[in-house]
Every structure is written in structure tokens, then in C-alpha cells.
Design a protein around this ligand. Structure first.
Ligand code: GLU
Length: 302
């Protein structure tokens, strides 16, 4: 696996400090750390704290504590997304100038009402890979002067990517190299289908950059060569590839790993306190015990 150029490889673990780390996070962090160590590459930690409503300093502190307890060591200083708002804003302006963004004024409730009305009339509303209803494309046609007047009047809006315009500006063949596996076993060269997500949000009043925009920009800014993360983000990679293409960013290699499911088969979440790293520590499990637990799920470490 390590190549001749391997010393230049850069890995990262990028948690959002909106909860405690669970076994799935431990898996991601350990894989990134160990892959970097195996090839003499770098291991970075990035705090994805761009959403001020959900990020908490106590969770950030808990993340440092849990990772250090696991025996991982990362480069300092840690990049915190909340400190790079102007950087994301510049990219947003570039995308606006390219004509691929538009302000979306519909609230979640308004979108839901349209979906329900459509479905009640027997229609099928398109949904993204996570099952969420796509934003109505007719909103793209909103009169520009009207939109500017609403913005000037302080009406809440999100900046959305017109996925069809954006896709048309990117090369016909848009793909990525998958060293891991998607949820349906996708591996090797994977064709990106960002249109499955519809007109994704790139900025909202309460979060200056969306996950998609910040992650694409940060991976490039930090020189990340290898993105190793859970399969739950496999399909999101298509949006990241599109943004990389529009903004002229380098393309990392991707390795999506399987998810650690709870004993009852459910996906782990930050609210499942019993599978939190801290909970295992308090129960007397050692860091080696965490690795053994993960190995028991079939995950292989280097
Ligand atoms: N911050 C994201 C999360 O905690 C992960 C981002 C990524 O690895 O691309 O789910």
C-alpha cells in the first residue's frame, strides 16, 4: 500500500464537536493515524465546528482527551473551521460570480408542505441518498430583483448550488478513486453523481459554510492526499468532487470504511452514550481493548 511517494501523504480525522466520540469515530481516527504512520506520512486533526449552534467547547475538549487516551498523536495546531469563515466566504463569492449559486428562501416546513401536497396528489418527490426531499428546482427561477429585495429586507435565505448549472461547468467525466468500499460495494474508479443531492446548501444564516463546502476547501488547504472516513459519507463525495472541479482544487484519494453498528445492528450515534469511548474507558476497557473490539467487528489495522 505505501508507495514511493508515501512520505508526502497527508491523512486527517475531522470530527464535529457536537457530541462524544463513539467506536465508529475511534475506528476512523485509528485507521487514519495508523495508515499515516505506516507510510511515514502526516496525521492531522481538524475540528469541524462550523455550525455554532451544535458545536460545544466541552465536546472539543472530550475529543482531545479521548484521542490522546487512544494513544494517537496529531500535528498541532489543530485547524478549527470556525477560525476560517472568511476563507469559505471567498470561495462562496467565486461560486456566485460563476453563476452557480442562488438564494433559497423556502423554510424546511415550506419544502415539506410542497412534498406532502405533491405526494398526496400521487406524485413522487425526488430524494437524496440519505432519503431527504430535494429542494424544489422551480425556486431557481425566482426573479433576481425580487430576491435581492428580500435579501436587503433581511429575509432568511440559504445559498444553494444549482446542481445542473454546476454539473454542466464540470467535466463530463467526474469520478474518484475509491480505495475502500461504498455501501453497495463500489470500489476502484467511481462515477460521481452529485445531481442525486439536488441543489445542496453551501451557506446558511446560522452556518457560514456547509459541511460540503468547508470539507472540500479544508482538505485542499491542508494538502490532504487521503480521505479515510465512514461509508455514511460515501455518496457525499460526489458533491465534494463537483466543488473541487469548480474551484480548481486537488483531488485526494478516498477510502470509505464500513460503519461500526451497535450490538442491536443500529448505526452508532453520538447519543448512544453506552458505546462512547469515554464510557468504555470508565468501564475499565484499555485502548488495546478498543482496538480488539474493533478487530472483533472485522476491521483490520496496519
Ligand atoms: N465532520 C464529519 C463528521 O463528523 C466528517 C467529515 C469528513 O471526514 O469528511 O461526520
Amino acid at each position: 500500500m505505501p508507495s514511493a511517494l508515501s512520505k508526502n501523504r497527508v491523512f486527517r480525522f475531522a470530527p464535529s464537536p457536537n457530541g462524544l466520540l463513539h467506536l465508529g469515530h475511534a475506528l476512523s481516527a485509528i485507521l487514519n493515524h495508523d495508515l499515516a504512520a505506516a507510510c511515514g506520512g502526516r496525521f492531522l486533526l481538524r475540528m469541524e465546528d462550523i455550525d455554532p449552534a451544535r458545536s460545544r467547547p466541552e465536546f472539543e475538549a472530550a475529543i482531545y482527551r479521548d484521542l490522546a487516551w487512544l494513544g494517537l498523536d496529531w500535528e498541532k495546531p489543530v485547524r478549527r473551521q470556525s477560525e476560517h469563515v472568511a476563507f469559505y466566504g471567498e470561495a462562496l463569492e467565486r461560486l456566485k460570480a460563476m453563476g452557480v449559486l442562488y438564494p433559497g428562501f423556502l423554510s424546511r416546513g415550506e419544502v415539506k408542505a410542497r412534498v406532502l401536497a405533491h405526494e398526496a396528489a400521487g406524485g413522487v418527490w425526488p430524494r437524496d441518498p440519505d432519503g431527504a426531499a430535494l429542494y424544489p428546482t422551480e425556486e431557481r427561477a425566482l426573479d433576481r430583483d425580487q430576491a435581492l429585495a428580500w435579501i436587503a429586507a433581511g429575509r432568511q435565505h440559504a445559498w444553494r448550488l444549482d446542481i445542473d448549472k454546476a454539473r454542466a461547468l464540470a467535466p463530463t467525466v467526474l469520478d474518484w478513486k475509491e480505495a475502500g468500499e461504498g455501501p453497495e460495494g463500489q470500489t476502484g474508479i467511481v462515477a460521481a453523481k452529485p445531481e442525486r443531492w439536488g441543489d445542496v446548501i453551501l451557506s446558511r444564516p446560522d452556518a457560514p459554510a456547509s459541511y460540503h463546502l468547508a470539507v472540500a476547501l479544508d482538505d485542499a488547504a491542508q494538502g490532504v492526499t487521503d480521505v479515510v472516513r465512514g461509508q455514511d459519507l460515501f455518496h457525499a463525495t460526489a458533491v465534494h468532487r463537483l466543488l473541487q472541479s469548480l474551484l480548481g482544487l486537488p483531488v485526494p484519494a478516498y477510502r470509505h470504511h464500513g460503519l461500526v453498528s451497535g450490538l442491536d445492528g443500529r448505526k452508532l450515534s453520538k447519543s448512544n452514550q453506552d458505546t462512547g469511548i469515554a464510557a468504555y474507558r470508565e468501564k475499565g476497557v484499555s485502548p488495546a481493548g478498543i482496538r480488539a473490539l474493533l478487530a472483533g467487528y472485522g476491521f483490520v489495522f496496519h
